[in-house]
Design a protein around this ligand. Structure first.
Ligand code: UD1
Length: 338
């Protein structure tokens, strides 16, 4: 069965391509390479023994999207990762984010609505919950006003899919709300490739560990948490990739109860920034140079998932621990700087 993975050269996309190929799916990767590298295909091939088909394509180009889907009329499903994801940049360039993230989504959905039956998986984010009122956060928690244009594109994206599914019974979609993805494939053939100074915690930790950055700034230790630092739900990227495959299989087998469904994808366990640092120190055997600085504006205190729905309905559960995920991130960092 042929599956299109947009943004398939990116961090989560590439790991999902590996899991799909290992399950025997035929994958077509679409990527505009704006924040990724064609060399990722080598890593995927090294792991799976198979090079996916690849088309360099900007999904904002409506005509080219139409042409692509007319050439791949036999596609059974689409996993849509292609999007810009830097929160700070989205504040500075809102229209770029709305055009990239919303434009491409609309064009892909338009093509899928032409098919008799289509399966669509969307990359959403726990950012839609903002600071949840209760922990762990269930899918029923209210959607809070977005903190950034990036976050807003995830909320609007979900609404666009829901509204489209409402009037297109042949379109079957699942939005996966990721918590904090981290780590790399255990083979160290693919992993996260942040451009410039990483904004996310784990790549900043590993780059500090390897000596590329002098010091990690811990943004605040006066939060109302046990050690004063923020709590997040760090989900191993391979576990997350497998959640996409399971969600897709649910749609392909017509096991979905509604034609639009939403699932949290996290571990269900929260870890503080200091616990993440301790995990790094355990798995690397290195001391991490860090200092406590002021809070980062816009950060929420605590977010971790209630994963009951994904566990029971999808039959998916995160298997890897924070230490295992951190070890893979560290091995990847050593490999790419080696
Ligand atoms: C961030 C985004 C969120 C996005 C998510 C996806 C912000 C405000 N939020 O979430 O919209 O969906 O990434 O990856 O950018 N930290 C440090 N020092 C650092 C970096 C991070 O102490 O150098 C702390 C942060 O304060 C936070 C935790 O580490 O408490 C995790 O940060 P990060 O990896 O940026 O993820 P989120 O803030 O959860």
């Amino acid at each position: 069965m042929k599956i299109v993975v947009t943004g398939g050269l990116g961090f989560i996309g590439s790991h999902t391509v590996v899991e799909l190929q290992e399950k025997g799916f035929e994958v077509v990767v679409v990527d505009d390479c704006s924040n990724s590298d064609e060399k990722v295909l080598d890593g995927i091939e090294a792991i799976t023994g198979k090079r996916p088909l690849f088309e360099k394509l900007d999904l904002k180009e409506r005509q080219r999207v139409e042409d692509f889907f007319s050439r791949h009329a036999d596609v059974a499903g689409v996993i849509h990762f292609a999007a810009s994801k830097a929160v700070g940049e989205s504040v500075d360039k809102p229209l770029l984010y709305y055009e990239n993230n919303i434009g491409s989504l609309v064009y892909v959905l338009k093509e899928l609505c032409k098919q008799r039956r289509a399966s669509f998986i969307f990359s959403s984010s726990c950012t839609v919950y903002g600071q949840g009122d209760e922990m762990p956060i269930t899918e029923e928690a209210p959607i809070k006003e977005a903190e950034s244009p990036y976050g807003n594109t995830k909320q609007i994206g979900e609404e666009i899919i829901r509204d489209t599914c409402n009037v297109n019974p042949g379109l079957n979609a699942i939005a996966l709300r990721y918590f904090n993805p981290m780590g790399a494939h255990p083979s160290a053939q693919i992993g996260e490739l942040p451009v410039g100074v990483p904004q996310n915690l784990v790549p900043f930790i590993t780059q500090t560990g390897i000596g590329m950055r002098e010091q990690l700034s811990v943004f605040g230790d006066d939060y109302p948490t046990p050690d004063g630092t923020c709590i997040r739900d760090y989900i191993y990227v391979v576990d997350l990739a497998k959640a996409h495959v399971v969600a897709l299989e649910r749609l392909l087998a017509s096991k979905n109860r509604e034609n639009y469904e939403v699932f949290n994808v996290g571990t269900g366990t929260g870890s503080s920034v200091l616990e993440a640092i301790q995990s790094f120190e355990r798995v690397s055997g290195k001391k991490l140079n860090y200092k406590i600085v002021a809070r980062r504006p816009g950060d929420i205190t605590t977010a971790y998932a209630d994963t009951t729905r994904a566990n029971e309905v999808l039959g998916w559960k995160a298997k890897y621990t924070l230490d295992q995920a951190m070890k893979s991130a560290w091995e990847w960092e050593q490999k790419i700087r080696g």
